[in-house]
Design a protein around this ligand. Structure first.
Ligand code: NAD
Length: 468
């Protein structure tokens, strides 16, 4: 099996050591990930530093054209990348799986390429002229997770490049191969050193976050690791964007038709097997419609085939890794022990593969771990409530604040509840439907800063004020 290599300064860089990357559907080895030494990390940062001044000085239209070429080359190889993504991540090729993720990666890349940050004139009077210029920051360190590795990489890399920065990316060692291949392709159109990728275990992410040659870190991952990244970045006061964990609440208001919302609720919660930052992770349903919503969800979920992602018949795949599988198992067992009623699933087999059935658990409330913690897997707690004021308080009783949703046929009533939720995005009659022109980010311990659109692009710049 041919080992993958780091991509530094436009070239493949072989490493002495490798780690096996395994398919979560059956444990088979998919490829060998290069393990970078600190010296290799230093070389990547040095290459990005050396490439920075020319890239930053390039006329904006040229950089924009190159970002569009990046979109073209990802699109031209999207089936190859989707196949690789399914092998290492486990998600199905079809449906809302790998091909969908590649489609998102291309769409976000094009949308971001189309953005610009013209000079703003804040004052132009006889007393003087004040201009606000947006300048690139320098070398950006990007650290990405295993759930949507290719699309999230594009969320980091493309705005960083578009704004004139150069990048060193470190993907998760659970799903590194599709990102390495994508960066290799990007290097066919970008100047050497502008886009580099390093992989490794045992602290490489921390070293990147602390590296004195890196001026900004963009990190997507869990809240505990996000805090470590913030500490590591403090030494040189790096700029930070942190997209962290969530425990999104969905609230179904009285008078809502269960049949009309069951499909949307299901996919809000179970997209990517629940392994999505802004998935619906706790569902609060008014007592007047609670049983009917549970029945509609069970009916919809019962028809979803779960299987090996390589099979076109699979609609959901395995959980990505053993730790995540064990967490889901533990939280569901804890809910059962605390009076939870399993409406569907809850009975995993013994492998092979990290499969866990689609699971719906009712008769639980705040205070039970499955409700309070981020499960990040295919198990949804359903909580009955009677008062809207009280349910808003329960939804907000969380250290997280990524997304939320309100479900109702009365849009004005839903909007009134939505405005009272403490989270960065709120959806009405859908959940987690992100789009490239809508800023996305968390409040409270779900993160710092936003991604997407002009607001997301600005995070990859510093302001220089010019006073004439
Ligand atoms: P994780 O925090 O375990 O890992 C994320 C990345 O950080 C990986 O590349 C990992 O190797 C690296 N890393 C690990 N320790 C590090 C350290 N000390 N310093 C620097 N980097 C380090 O997260 P995960 O398990 O890959 O992803 C799941 C989590 O990510 C969930 O909590 C999910 O909600 C969150 N997430 C958030 C968003 C968002 O946009 N808010 C999107 C996707 C996932």
């Amino acid at each position: 099996m041919k080992p993958y290599a780091l991509i530094i300064n436009g070239r493949r860089v072989e490493t002495e050591h490798h780690l096996e990357v395994r398919n979560p559907a059956d444990g088979s080895v998919v490829g060998l990930m290069p393990v970078a030494t600190e010296a290799a990390l230093n070389a990547a940062v040095a290459a990005a530093s050396a490439a920075f001044s020319d890239w930053a000085a390039m006329p904006d239209a040229e950089r924009q054209a190159l970002c569009n070429k990046v979109a073209d080359i990802i699109e031209a190889h999207s089936e190859e990348l989707a196949q690789l993504l399914t092998l290492e991540q486990g998600k199905p090729l079809g449906g809302l799986g790998s091909r969908f993720e590649l489609g998102g990666a291309v769409a976000w890349t094009r949308a971001t390429a189309g953005l610009s940050l013209p000079v703003e004139v804040l004052q132009d009077t006889p007393e003087g002229r004040v201009e606000l210029h947006r300048k690139p920051i320098g070398v950006v360190g990007s650290i990405t997770p295993w759930n949507w590795p290719v699309m999230i990489a594009c969320w980091h890399l493309i705005p960083a490049l578009r704004a004139g920065n150069t990048v060193v990316n470190k993907p998760s060692s659970l799903t590194p191969l599709s990102t390495i291949r994508m960066v290799e392709l990007m290097n066919q159109v970008l100047p050497p050193g502008v886009m580099n990728v390093v992989t490794g275990a045992g602290g490489l992410g921390g070293s990147l976050a602390a590296h004195p040659g890196v001026s900004k870190v963009v990190f997507t991952g869990s809240t505990p690791v996000g805090k470590k990244v913030m500490e590591a970045a403090a030494g040189t006061l790096k700029r930070l964007t942190l997209e962290l964990g969530g425990n999104d609440a969905g609230i179904v208001l009285p008078g809502t038709d269960p049949a009309a919302i069951a499909e949307g609720l299901f996919w809000g919660a179970f997209i990517n097997n629940g392994q999505t930052c802004a998935a619906l992770k706790r569902l609060y349903v008014h007592e007047s419609v609670h049983d009917a919503v549970c029945d509609a969800l069970v009916a919809y979920a019962s028809n979803i085939p779960v299987g090996d992602g390589r099979l076109e018949t699979s609609v959901l795949g395995p959980v990505q890794n053993e730790n995540q599988l064990n967490l889901v198992r533990e939280l569901v067992e804890d809910a059962k022990a605390n009076g939870g009623k399993v409406l569907l699933g809850g009975n995993p087999g013994n492998g092979p593969g990290y499969f866990y059935p689609i699971t719906l658990v009712s008769n639980v409330d705040n205070g039970v771990r499955l409700v309070d913690e981020e499960q990040f897997g295919p198990a949804l707690p359903i909580i009955k409530y009677s008062s809207v004021d009280e349910v808003i308080a329960r939804a907000n009783a969380s250290p997280f604040g990524l997304g939320g949703s309100v479900w109702s046929s009365d849009i004005e009533a839903a909007k009134a509840v939505a405005k009272r939720l403490e989270c960065g995005s709120v959806w009405i009659n859908k959940h987690g439907a992100i789009q490239p022109n809508a800023p996305f980010g968390g409040v409270k311990q779900s993160g710092i800063g936003v991604e997407f659109g002009v607001d997301g692009l600005k995070e990859f710049t510093t302001i220089q004020t010019l006073l004439v």
